[in-house]
Ligand binder design. Structure first.
Ligand code: TXE
Length: 488
């Protein structure tokens, strides 16, 4: 479609001041369905002017929203959550069509979690208490106000579209801010549908504004806006570094949740069957496109050969198929460029002398020949410092290698630039404590993976980001602390 006409498709529009509107420039971006490679709609490529309009709308809503009682904010957030649950099928189908993930996964995980995000922060805000300190012997009392920042920016990626979009928006508005938000241009659909739900739930106009568009235009305009005072971003590490640079001279508050290359460390004394089943999931859930996936598997040498055989057998039995089919385990990758990126790492693995134990090829799904399907791939690496073991591939590709001692595996686990999560499989308590203390990661799972309690801090160290989301950490990020000292 040409960039000078409004799409006939019941198209995605920006959601500004409670209204669905076209972008000022009338510039549009094609939106692809990864399961068949076809364009199925268009989204605005919003300019600086659209971001400014969204900002003005947020700014106007702020005085009233920041003074809305906590009970009222809570009531609206919980209402949004209920409406998401009532629209589960519609949202799950839209998410799957946009992203390529199995509908069953979107129904079971993505959309329920988006609903939980609103419910959780709707409740959490009513429990978010200020601190006070009596300065004994000085006849003074200090108390700390937690005040909303004003207008904040939320920028989210394509892998868990609504799940991560709402993970930012819910605490931001719960804390009394107004938001200019941008979902990934690759997966805009559920964010668009969320606008309708927010209006229906009675969220006042301008509290949430959603602008669609490319990172380099719309996203950049949000980050560059001098009066959008905080940015919560999830996405690639290189983008995070760029955002930090742009935001630094304006002293913006930043929360950056970036990439990962997470170790999955398996000791011989673990509960084997549980470990094996969970490792298949932690390697390939969502086509391996989760920043928390355990993409580097290290196995104690005494069980390495057995694990290798059992794991490969299970991986070979995973069904790659159309996302709407109920027995599909692995759907389509999110986009053609991303498929090409993931495939390039399989080539690199071969060049590096690694062995492809299974997978490695594209899959043609009958009836959907132009979709972006890839076999789940297991790569046996000879050393831990090869590129496929160091760089984030972010697809259905894992590496495996054996290790001898706890010290060896700890060193290899920490020898990457990332530090998001780590998984440890062992029944040895002392080892669990030693290793959990020393693993360089924001999250350590022991004998489980991806078990989330929304009260806990979420985020990474090193190139995996700055700051923590979740629970009161998120509410602290979206507020400014002000101490008041009164002498009496
Ligand atoms: O992410 P980008 P991409 C990793 C993964 C993937 C790589 C690149 O390895 O292959 O990152 O993915 C917006 N100013 N992760 O290119 O570009 C963009 O529009 C402001 C890990 O898709 O970082 C989108 O909304 N915003 C990750 C969001 O940033 C900008 C999940 C993320 O896009 C911008 C996704 C700019 N200059 C990818 N440029 C995770 N941690 O879960 C882009 N954006």
């Amino acid at each position: 479609m040409k960039n000078n006409e409004i799409p006939a498709y019941a198209g995605i529009k920006n959601y500004i001041n409670g209204e669905f509107i076209n972008p000022e420039s009338n510039q549009w971006i094609d939106n692809y369905n990864p399961s068949n490679g076809e364009v199925y709609g268009q989204i605005p490529n919003s300019s600086k002017e659209d971001v400014e309009q969204a900002f003005q709308s947020a700014k106007s809503a702020f005085p009233s929203w920041s003074q809305t009682t906590l009970e009222e904010r809570s009531r609206i957030l919980i209402k949004i959550s209920e409406l998401l649950e009532a629209n589960l099928d519609r949202f799950a189908e839209a998410e799957s069509k946009d992203n390529g993930k199995p509908v069953s996964l979107a129904k079971m995980v993505d959309i329920p979690r988006a609903a939980s995000n609103f419910r959780f922060f709707g409740n959490a805000i009513t429990q978010f208490a200020s601190e006070s300190h009596e300065s004994v012997g000085q006849n003074a009392v200090n108390y700390t106000l937690r005040q909303p920042i004003g207008v904040v920016g939320c920028i989210s990626p394509w892998n868990l579209p609504l799940y991560l979009f709402t993970w930012k928006i819910a605490p931001a508005i719960a804390a009394g801010n107004c938001v200019v938000a941008k979902p990934s241009e690759v997966t805009p659909m559920t964010a668009y549908l969320l606008g309708e739900i927010c209006s229906e739930a009675g969220l006042p106009k301008g509290v949430l504004n959603i602008v669609h568009g490319l990172g380099t235009t719309t996203g950049q305009a949000i980050v560059e806006h001098p009066n959008i005072k905080a940015i919560s971003f999830t996405g690639g590490t290189a983008t995070g570094a760029h955002i930090a640079k742009v935001a630094a001279p304006m002293f913006k508050k930043l929360s950056l949740e970036l990439g990962g290359k997470n170790p999955n460390i398996i000791f011989a004394d673990c509960d084997y069957d549980d470990m094996l089943n969970t490792t298949v999931r932690s390697s390939f859930a969502n086509q391996g496109q989760i920043c928390l996936c355990g993409s580097r598997i290290f196995v104690e040498e005494t069980i390495y050969e057995k694990f290798k055989a059992d794991f490969v057998e299970k991986v070979k039995s995973l069904k790659v198929g159309h996302p709407s089919e109920i027995d599909t385990n692995i759907g389509a990758l999110v986009s053609k460029p991303h498929l090409e990126k993931v495939k390039s790492y399989i080539k690199i693995a071969k060049e590096e002398g690694a062995t492809i134990l299974c997978g490695g090829n594209e899959v043609t799904v009958e009836g959907y020949e132009n979709g972006y399907y890839l076999q789940p791939t297991v790569i046996e690496v000879k050393t831990d410092d090869c590129r496929v073991n160091q760089e984030e591939i972010f697809g259905p590709v894992v590496t495996i290698m054996p290790f001898k001692t706890e010290d060896d595996v700890l060193e290899m686990a920490n020898k990457v630039k990332y530090g998001l999560s780590a998984t440890l499989w062992t029944n040895n308590l002392k080892r669990t404590m030693r290793m959990s203390n020393q693993l360089q990661a924001g999250i350590v799972w022991v004998n489980t993976w991806m078990m989330r309690d929304l009260r806990t801090p979420f985020g990474g160290v090193k190139a995996s980001g700055v700051g923590r989301e979740g629970g009161f950490e998120a509410l602290r990020f979206f507020t400014e602390a002000k101490n008041v000292c009164i002498k009496y």
